[in-house]
Design a protein around this ligand. Structure first.
Ligand SMILES: [Zn+2]
Length: 245
């Protein structure tokens, strides 16, 4: 999963990782498009990588940075945008070339934010709308950025995936990285499987279901886990999952 060590850059906590979570404002299942990391309020925020500053002001609604508060966006050597959001203040200007480690501003809670933190987001495109919607896993991206790995390894988008049972539309799952997650209980019950919970982990027909995620009070597990537990065939056609019993 996410192997990037944020503490090396002075962050004491990751308060919300990249990927699916409950929206802190409305409780709905949403993709958190960046990672939330915390030092302390007004602590200096430094560039993880060098590049050109392409945005350095309050993110206007509809610009690709609405709700981001004060945001600095840096176009890196891959043409990717590295975005530093909710800053208290900004210390760089558009057009400036920044070095790795250079101070960009101070940690803050401007924009749509529930407390002082850095929302760090990486987008695989820089336009239009500053590449809005093209977010990828920032920890994964940074951990490969300084190595010789190809950019294809940096793709880790998240999106919803329709799940069918025996060719019938049934529910929605989600894709994160290369793993499709599906709701544990709904699918198990529909397929007549027995779900047990020992207070720590779930099992289906006695098979432990590992690698789950809790979203909106529902447990989602990697859909492949059903193959072993319920003896079904999981078919992925690149767009949707079909679970065949
Ligand atoms: Zn965030």
């Amino acid at each position: 999963m996410n192997t990037f060590d944020w503490s090396k850059y002075g962050f004491v906590r990751v308060t919300s990782p990249y990927g699916w979570r409950n929206d802190p404002f409305n409780g709905k299942k949403v993709c958190h498009t960046g990672v939330d990391v915390v030092k302390s309020h007004q602590a200096p925020i430094h560039a993880f990588a060098a590049g050109e500053v392409v945005h350095a002001s309050m993110g206007a609604a509809g610009s690709g940075f609405g709700g981001f508060g004060n945001v600095v966006a840096i176009k890196d050597s891959n043409g990717h945008l590295q975005c530093y959001a909710h800053l208290d203040s900004i210390g760089v200007t558009v057009g400036q070339i920044v070095k790795e480690g250079q101070e960009l501003g101070k940690q803050g809670t401007t924009g749509r934010s529930t407390g002082s933190h850095l929302h760090f987001e990486v987008r695989s495109k820089a336009s239009p709308s500053f590449g809005f919607g093209h977010h990828i896993d920032p920890g994964h991206y940074l951990s490969t950025y300084f190595s010789a790995h190809t950019q294809s390894e940096n793709k880790k988008e998240c999106k919803t995936v329709p799940i069918r049972l025996n060719n019938q539309a049934f529910c929605e799952g989600f894709l994160e990285g290369s793993i499709t997650y599906a709701p544990l209980r709904a699918i198990s019950e529909q397929l007549g499987a027995r779900v047990t919970w020992n207070g720590k982990e779930a099992a289906v027909n006695g098979t432990r279901m590992l690698g789950g995620k809790l979203i909106n009070g529902r447990t989602y597990i990697p859909v492949r886990a059903f193959e072993e537990a319920i003896q079904v065939k999981v078919v992925w056609n690149g767009q949707e999952v079909n679970i065949i019993q």
